[in-house]
Design a protein around this ligand. Structure first.
Ligand code: AMP
Length: 396
């Protein structure tokens, strides 16, 4: 399959679906510009080749109404600062104003169109709307990983109007490549660290990855469902009582597939789910009534350190404890440090999906990982083995 580097965009009008759904403060200042920075290489490839970059994105949930609160005009100056050049903002994403702006643009120009979700047709995946969007361009690039799991007009449907002239942007390609490295690796051992609160939200991921991994480290709140299923006393720890059989079933399947499962040995137990709770280290199978496990204990961390350091490939999804409270953040931080150490020695590490991404950013560990995914829901669906519609539309 052709990559973005196989194309030269000289003289081309290129529609680029980016994910500029960035957080804004009360004065409409961009408070986190990571997503704009992440799209820069793709935009620059088009402009440096001598093409015209026509950027489309959504921002927030305007639900099909033109609402100034969700206008992409708020991000124009930040985007100009990041790209280091002026951009043209068009107050619509389809119709005459767009056609005019594109007709007036010169090679190397960047045009940003108004929020796609001002039209209901976007999220409905309306074909007429997609056709209209694509009508101003002669090439389509999808670089919006965060919405690649949605079959919206600009992420999926529009691709059919560019049968031979479409590709992934650098960001989307990197996301796919990173996951591929983890799930189809020849390097072994492959370790998945799964944490977070619930088994139920991770079950499809577990089922999909069991064939592809050698070690599965189970931590966080979801570990207690396994411990209870195995006969342990978990006190007031979080548990899904209707998933006890499922937990045993997962353990049996893992054994069948030669996957070594690592469950916690000890935990930091607290007498309340509170930042100022009293704490003590206890055996994970002997948590007293009235106490709950909120973080990994020292023996647990020591055990998983050696597994992590011996791994060639690591996938990390979900925190090991309630990292939002300082008292229960140590396990997640330590795990991050172990993965950083392994990465430094050549292990490939991918952090993806939801809270573990927030955790590595919060603890300054993001730069020490091989790759930190930019799309929560999209990464989770890929881990579940689903083919994302936005990805398929480019590959078709
Ligand atoms: P998830 O969205 O399923 O990945 O879960 C992430 C959440 O799990 C975070 O907000 C953590 O605070 C929470 N969590 C991690 N460990 C525990 C635990 N032992 N008890 C309760 N919640 C936990």
């Amino acid at each position: 399959m052709k990559t973005i580097n196989d194309f030269n965009f000289k003289g081309k009008k290129v529609l680029i679906r980016v994910d500029f759904n960035v957080p804004l403060d009360a004065d409409f200042n961009v408070t986190d510009s990571n997503r704009i920075e992440a799209a820069k290489p793709t935009i620059e490839k088009v402009t440096k080749d001598g093409g015209i970059a026509i950027l489309v994105s959504h921002l927030g949930r305007p639900n099909g109404e033109k609402n100034a609160k969700y206008s992409l005009k708020h991000i124009v100056s930040k985007t100009e600062e990041i790209l280091g050049s002026k951009i043209t903002f068009v107050e619509d994403c389809v119709g005459e104003p767009v056609k005019k702006a594109v007709a007036n643009a010169k090679a190397g120009d960047v045009i940003l169109l108004e929020n796609l979700r001002f039209y209901n047709e976007e999220e409905k995946g309306d074909e007429g709307f997609a056709k209209e969007l694509g009508s101003v361009a002669d090439f389509y690039i999808n670089d919006a990983f965060g919405t690649a799991h949605r079959a919206h007009a600009s992420t999926t449907i529009v691709a059919k109007f560019f049968p031979d002239n479409k590709c992934f942007g650098f960001l989307l390609a990197k996301e796919i490549e990173s996951l591929d490295k983890v799930l189809h690796s020849k390097d072994k051992p492959v370790t998945a660290v799964l944490g977070g609160s619930k088994v139920s939200s991770k079950i499809t991921i577990i089922e999909n990855i069991l064939d592809k991994i050698d070690h599965m480290i189970i931590g966080g709140g979801m570990a207690f469902t396994f411990i209870k299923a195995m006969g342990g006393k978990i006190g007031n720890s979080i548990c899904e009582d209707d998933k006890l059989d499922l937990a045993l079933d997962i353990l049996a399947k893992a054994k069948e597939k030669n996957v070594t499962v690592h469950l916690p040995i000890d935990v930091v137990a607290a007498d309340a789910f509170a930042a100022d709770a009293n704490t003590k280290i206890v055996n994970v199978k002997e948590i007293p009534d009235g106490w709950q496990g909120l973080d990994a204990g020292p023996k647990t961390l020591e055990g998983l350190k050696s597994v992590v350091l011996e791994s060639k490939i690591i996938l990390w999804n979900g925190p090991l404890g309630v990292f939002e409270m300082d008292k229960f953040a140590n396990g997640t931080i330590e795990l991050g440090n172990f993965i950083a150490e392994a990465t430094k020695k050549g292990t490939f590490s991918l952090v993806g999906g939801g809270d573990s991404v927030a955790a590595v950013k919060q603890f300054g560990l993001a730069e020490k990982m091989s790759y930190v995914s930019t799309g929560g829901g999209a990464m989770l669906e890929m881990l579940e083995g689903k083919v994302l519609p936005g990805v398929k539309a480019i590959q078709d």
